[in-house]
Write a protein that binds this ligand. Structure first.
Ligand SMILES: [Zn+2]
Length: 428
């Protein structure tokens, strides 16, 4: 579920009866028993405003504040006259104030974070009160004569976005999973499968949560309220679902990259896959670096009983346990092999550091290919002894190494093949 950000096929009910909610960039989610969208409906009747002649409106508004404002001549220098003029300037400039505030909000959204739910409610109440005071009976009559426009204004309030197919807590929406963002609050949620639409329309503490909340949960609740006020929700008629990488095309490499793209493995792992060797050898080297080759040490760790409890290296007679590190780096037999290739290991260093240093000191750019083939042939010498009773020898290792190197050289382009072989003192 988390792989997908909003929106799988909508439930049948949601398709037949589309449920639209008002999701705007600065939607306020005051915990109130009245759904906010209804308040909007009442507060934004489109039709009545059209019928208001602005001059009349202003005078009417002033008339309420003052006993006889319309009688005050424009040039009157009295306090009343000044108040009326200021009132008129404020009223007439209202579209300018609103447009400026909108522009500012678009440019710098955080500048309006201080507008909390209470400030919003008070602001809207004053604005609507002012608008209501400018209405006359004639304006209401005019509005009622246009029922279609009035109805359209009512219905159109519902046409912004839809959160009915997205789970508020469990789905990943707006780049967040609320369950992981507010884990303590989540444990108090009454309905853990609530949709975003349902949650936003009844965002009330007592409806949504088992009370009382713990202190941490309450902090998270406050943080959630702040977050919900600042989210930028796309206005869409229907929820659309897509993969987390931003489109509807599935790709296994994108899926793989999702958890692993930020993980930086030690460099030698990258060099393995950058090398030109065949996959069999590359996988072998990967197992070696991961300490997953089935050496005797691994068999011991897997509780496999060997004859005579002998877990020692078979390439030397030093009674050393056959760990991957000993077998390929510490064993005298292996060391004489590496000497043939002029590869030197600083056995005291950190393992990956040791490989990095050896690569830096190596003269050829084909270090990784040569290392892989060399290690592979050491492994074959060891297996040859264990399974076929073949005697390990530097001569046969060298012979097999050259054979394998010539074989792997075919995977290189002509120019590189010549360089590779000549770096090993071989002819193309
Ligand atoms: Zn050994």
């Amino acid at each position: 579920m988390l792989l997908l950000s909003p929106s799988p096929p909508a439930p049948a009910a949601a398709v037949t009866v589309p449920r639209r909610i008002l999701l705007t960039p600065h939607r306020r989610l005051k915990a109130t028993s009245t759904p906010p969208r209804l308040a909007c409906l009442r507060l934004r009747p489109a039709a009545p405003l059209r019928g208001i002649p602005s001059k009349t409106g202003c005078r009417a508004a002033a008339a309420d504040a003052d006993a006889a404002p319309s009688q005050v001549p424009g040039g009157d220098g009295g306090v009343r006259g000044a108040m009326v003029r200021i009132g008129e300037a404020l009223s007439l400039g209202f579209p300018v104030w609103v447009a400026s505030a909108c522009a500012l909000a678009l440019w710098r959204p955080p500048a309006f974070l201080w507008v909390g739910p209470t400030a919003q409610m008070l602001g809207l109440s004053f604005t609507m009160l002012g608008m209501g005071m400018t209405l006359t009976l004639d304006d209401l009559k005019t509005a009622l004569l246009m029922p279609r426009e009035l109805a359209a204004g009512f219905i159109l309030q519902y046409t912004v976005g839809d959160g009915s197919t997205v789970l508020f807590w469990l789905d990943l929406w707006n780049d967040n999973s609320m369950q992981t963002k507010y884990p303590r609050l989540y444990t108090f949620a009454k309905n853990k499968n609530i949709s975003v639409a349902q949650f936003l329309t009844s965002n009330t503490l007592e409806i949504q949560f088992h009370l009382p909340l713990s202190e941490q949960a309450y902090h998270e609740y406050q943080s959630l309220q702040d977050y919900l006020q600042t989210i930028q929700v796309q206005q869409e008629d229907k929820d659309t679902w897509q993969y987390i990488w931003g489109n509807n095309t599935y790709s296994s490499s994108k899926l793989y990259n999702l958890p692993y793209k930020n993980i930086q493995p030690p460099k030698p792992f990258i060099w393995i896959w950058d090398s030109k060797c065949c996959n069999k050898l590359r996988v072998f080297t990967w197992l070696l670096l991961m300490d997953r080759l089935i050496t005797r040490n691994i068999l011991k760790r897997k509780k496999l009983k060997l004859e005579g409890d002998n877990y020692n290296c078979v390439l030397c007679n030093r009674n050393m346990e056959e760990t991957a590190f000993h077998l390929f780096f510490g064993c005298p037999f292996s060391q004489s092999c590496w000497q043939q290739l002029d590869i030197h290991w600083n056995l005291g260093a950190d393992f990956f550091q040791m490989i990095t240093q050896a690569k830096q000191q190596f003269s050829s750019t084909f270090f990784m290919e040569i290392f892989i083939i060399g290690a592979w042939q050491i492994w074959k010498q060891r297996n040859n002894f264990i399974f076929d009773r073949g005697r390990p020898s530097l001569v046969s290792w060298k012979q097999n190494f050259v054979e394998e190197a010539r074989l792997q050289a075919h995977r290189l382009c002509d120019s590189k093949r010549a360089t590779f072989l000549s770096s090993l003192g071989l002819q193309g």
